[in-house]
Design a protein around this ligand. Sequence first.
Ligand code: ZN
Length: 267
Amino acid sequence: MSQNAAEYTNHVCPVCRAEHPRILGEGTLAECRQCEFVYARKIPDLDVLKQRQAAHPRNHCGDFHSQRRLARRFKYWAFSKVIQCCCRKQPVIHTLQLGCNEGLFLEAVEQNRRFRSTGLDWREKPVEYALTHGYDAHLTDLKTLDYPDDSFDFVFGLRAPVLLHNPEQLMLELVRILKPGGFLFTVMPGGSRQRPPESDPQQLWAFTPKTLSRFAERFELRTLRTLSFFRRGEVGLLARKGEAVDVASIPRWMGPEFGNPTSSRAA
Ligand SMILES: [Zn+2]
């Protein structure tokens, strides 16, 4: 599936499709009156998002230094145990990591024969680093995920996907490539009282555990657990795909191909 990367406007709430949100701050953000999801109405095109992210020092688009610190290695080792616990019935576990960076998770499971693990990242230097160490890493901006349907047992991104141009498109792709009964662990941008979304003019989405769980339901993902990372202003979700999901029948209403419903009705 290809993703349209052009700029677009959210005319309805991405979570519940309600119209007429409350306008926040300077007017760039909206809060749904039905489900309380906070979202930007105007979404820039993907290249603009990439330029913004590349300017962020955390993204290593300039000089790249490996982050192989013990704490991070432990985190990935511990996470591999969570995956094995979820997928305890599978003899072989196919995983996909969104934002694999230099391949620390791939390294953590390298010696474990149950894992077949792939990583994706949009930053060249960390991917180059992972490839030189022999890991299965690929450069992509998440516009398309070139995998057949039902490919993975466990898909995860341990940080907010930075290029979240269209969360609906991303979720549709993730559900498509997950096997029936497969698991998704994702971290999405949130907000906190100390750092409300309207204080950051670049923030496009602000999930809460409740709205993220409700958003996942749209894609027939059943929430097993939600987590709040208040200090980082992020929300985590562990969810499971149903056994018989028809991705083509999931309604979609986000992206440049959807015009203003009110004005098209008037016309
Ligand atoms: Zn809503």
